[in-house]
Design a protein around this ligand. Structure first.
Ligand code: EPU
Length: 344
């Protein structure tokens, strides 16, 4: 059997975009699918609790991880054209934005609005990443994954993945069961441009672009994100910390009477989505800082580590925001980031 390269007591600060200090008892880079088959077939490692990490851009470590951390590093992008469609496959370790760059450069349309989302391709289906009117599920075809129950590689089609807003089976029903090793997206050589989002329209206008191509869209989205969101390489953060809550229309109408300016969007039959950033800002948290933890000055939905914050401090800060939003609006915010570790 091939020698497995497993490190001990690995520092995780470089592996989580919040930049909090934590350690993994065991740590292994996974570069090929058969390494997963080996690990899960090895009696010494089988019983260890495991944590699968992509880019670590949506994780909050509130404690050390006392098990085997599998850092997904499977490389490679390939594409197959079929008429006006193209199937693009990427290894789980490919950086999502590198995949966007590859597709934009080749004229493969469909993910340009998701430019600059941090993280890896393999993590993208877990929370069904999305931005500026497009979600992964809109272009997702299938993925390959290691099934830790059956201990074999499986192929999952889009319908198997239970995608919803920032949600999938990988996060809920089948949490910890599948390890995504490759994703496949069905993209198009004939772009459909999604530019109705207000900030996008304004930026296109400012650039004098009336008929944007996918390159324009990726550039405009990147520009907006850079202006609005903190760069994780300089200020620790995990993008949106909470989900935008989806509530019944009747409840919304009641709230809207009390808060006429409440920012909201239709979310399907009888449902309304609220902008959590607005709720948080209304409660006075925008740009607020307690010690090393704060909310971002341009986007209250993003929690930041100004330097040296612990995972617990960030967690406690988020709990205070949740309590305030609950008391003010009666709405229970839900964390979008994955909290790793026990909290007592
Ligand atoms: N708003 C405020 N104050 C704030 C922030 C937002 O009033 O501090 C209000 C504004 O009215 C703004 C509206 O909320 O127009 C929506 O804000 P924004 O356009 O920034 O989008 P968001 O709903 O806060 C979502 C995603 C982002 C994604 C953007 C753009 C979630 C949880 N977040 O944010 O995704 O980039 O839309 O499509 O759905 C992420 O998931 O990590 C992420 C960054």
């Amino acid at each position: 059997m091939m020698q497995m390269d497993i490190a001990q007591n690995e520092f995780l600060k470089p592996y989580n975009s919040f930049g909090v200090a934590a350690e993994a008892r065991y740590f292994m880079r996974v570069r090929r699918e058969d390494e997963l088959i080996q690990i899960f077939g090895n009696p010494d490692w089988e019983q260890q609790s495991k944590l699968v990490l992509g880019g670590g851009t949506n994780m909050l470590f509130v404690d050390n991880f006392n098990g085997l951390l599998l850092k997904m590093d499977i490389p490679g992008i390939r594409s197959t054209k079929n008429g006006l469609k193209v199937l693009v496959s990427a290894g789980a370790g490919v950086l999502w934005n590198d995949l966007v760059g590859y597709c934009v450069n080749h004229g493969f349309a469909g993910i340009e609005n998701m430019a600059l989302i941090p993280g890896t391709a393999g993590a993208a289906p877990v929370q069904n990443i999305g931005a500026y009117g497009v979600e992964l599920m809109d272009v997702f075809d299938s993925c390959r994954a290691f099934d830790t129950h059956r201990k074999e590689m499986v192929s999952l089609k889009k319908a198997d993945c239970g995608f919803a807003y920032r949600d999938s089976i990988f996060k809920h029903q089948e949490k910890n069961r599948y390890i995504v090793t490759e994703i496949s997206l069905m993209l198009s050589l004939h772009p459909i441009i999604h530019s109705d989002y207000g900030a996008i329209q304004a930026e296109l206008e400012a650039r004098g672009i009336s008929h944007p191509g996918i390159k324009d869209m990726a550039e405009v989205v990147s520009h907006i994100r850079l202006a609005k969101l903190p760069d994780p390489s300089t200020i620790g953060n995990a993008g949106s910390f909470f989900k935008n809550p989806i509530i019944p229309q009747v409840l919304f109408e009641e709230l809207n009477r009390r808060f006429p300016e409440i920012v909201h969007y239709p979310a399907g039959e009888g449902l309304v989505k609220l902008a959590a950033g607005w709720l948080i800002e209304y409660c006075g948290w925008k740009g607020k800082r307690l010690g090393a933890v704060g909310t971002w000055k341009n986007q209250a939905l993003v929690l930041v580590n100004h330097g040296g914050a612990s995972g617990r401090e960030i967690y406690q800060f988020s709990a205070a925001i949740m309590e305030d939003v609950k008391n003010t609006f009666g709405i229970q915010l839900e964390r979008e980031v994955n909290v790793i570790g026990a909290l007592d």
